[in-house]
Design a protein around this ligand. Structure first.
Ligand SMILES: [Fe+2]
Length: 387
């Protein structure tokens, strides 16, 4: 059996009201913080006010950088980093969905080292990054899907080249995650479903790809189980405490699982889609692509796909994994074709090339060997809705 490891340099506080620990935790790192968030939702929900109140109560000053959009760009990271340097902030707090958390972590890396955000995508371990100078990051998720609050990834888009790539480095871990399920109560049913679907695909791809780590696989299995049971309830009853709590927990587990095991072809094929079409949410792309890729993949790891099907409440047969996904997509009214997302047919070739250029890591661990022709065919099927 392969040697496996479990390494989690992230302190996690989990539970309703965890956001109120921000001030107490922040004091470990200094007296001046940069809050990284999006333009609207954390203001409208009151989460940002709660955070500022907690920090201020502990004598910590805040600068708010609220320019992070879905599919955050390298330019936004460079701007945030300039502010962190200019204002000499001691630490960074990311609050919001995956984009805000990814951005906060990337701003820490860039503002603590030389260069620009794009220098750090695919940056190898053991490089010139200086750990002792990294500004600590606190992550506070307000959705349940990304898992960014506990792992080393930041996904960035370069709007000039349309490339969407990942910073994946052990120095990109946040120091503390405050996972407060209460912050997810204000998510609409649509946002609940779409973000929950991202977590489900993290669990599916980490469980079924070629990498092995039996510890992390347990996290994937638990995450699938919880999402199958509780996402429908969170969708129907936004203030169901138990459902929200289990979804935040499942997301975190799936986020740890991909930290060890990575993802596979569904993510590899999705990133070019939202890279070229930034209005498409990451999980919308996943929703469209997942059944097609699973039809292609299940024979590569029949045992794990059968397990996934079973955990989703289907018959324990590998191909039932496809049925489970299709049913989930129907139930939550998620998108089904690339056409529906506004993708143009003539772009499919370029998207195929970008899978090779930008997402090779996820691509090479796919359960089934895959080449350019197959990727193009899968995009074409997903465009037309031809499963
Ligand atoms: Fe994802």
């Amino acid at each position: 059996m392969a040697i496996v490891n479990e390494y989690r340099p992230v302190e996690i506080f989990f539970g309703e009201g965890a956001i109120n620990k921000a001030g107490e935790v922040g004091r470990r790192f200094g007296f001046k913080s940069l809050i990284v968030t999006g333009r609207r939702s954390t203001k409208e929900s009151g989460a940002l006010d709660k955070l500022i109140h907690s920090l201020n109560t502990h004598g910590i000053g805040c600068i708010v950088f609220d320019e992070i959009t879905p599919n955050p760009t390298d330019k936004q990271i460079n701007k945030g980093s300039d502010i962190a340097i200019r204002e000499k902030v001691d630490f960074i707090v990311g609050i919001g969905g995956g984009s805000a958390l990814d951005a906060a972590k990337a701003i820490s890396i860039v503002s603590s080292n030389e260069g620009y955000a794009w220098d750090y995508v695919r940056y190898p371990e053991g490089s010139r990054l200086i750990p002792s100078l990294n500004r600590p990051v606190i992550t506070i998720p307000t959705t349940a899907g990304t898992g960014s609050e506990v792992n080393r990834f930041s996904v960035l888009t370069n709007p000039l080249t349309k490339e969407k790539m990942v910073i994946s480095h052990s120095l990109n871990y946040p120091k503390v995650a405050l996972v407060d399920p209460e912050l997810t109560y204000t998510m609409s049913p649509e946002l609940t479903a779409i973000t929950g679907f991202d977590a489900l695909i993290h669990a599916l791809e980490s469980l079924t790809n070629k990498r092995e780590n039996f510890i992390a696989e347990e996290y994937s299995i638990k995450a699938v189980k919880l999402i199958a049971e509780w996402l429908p309830i969170a969708y129907e009853e936004p203030e169901n405490k138990k459902a929200r709590r289990y979804m935040s927990y499942a997301t975190m587990l799936a986020g740890i699982a991909i930290d060890h095991l990575g993802v596979a072809l569904i993510h590899a094929m999705e990133h070019p889609v939202s890279g070229h079409y930034p209005n498409v949410a990451h999980a919308q792309g996943l929703s469209v692509l997942s059944p097609y890729v699973t039809v292609f993949n299940y024979k590569g790891n029949p045992e794990k796909y059968a397990l996934f099907a079973k955990l989703m409440g289907e018959e324990e047969k590998p191909y039932r994994a496809v049925d489970a996904l299709v049913k989930f997509i129907e139930r939550f009214k998620l998108p089904k074709t690339l056409k529906e997302l506004g993708v143009e047919k003539e772009k499919l070739e370029r998207l195929t090339e970008d899978v090779y250029m930008c997402a090779r890591n996820s691509f090479t661990v796919n359960p089934v060997e895959v080449g350019m022709e197959e990727v193009f065919e899968l995009y074409t099927r997903a465009y037309e809705g031809n499963i």
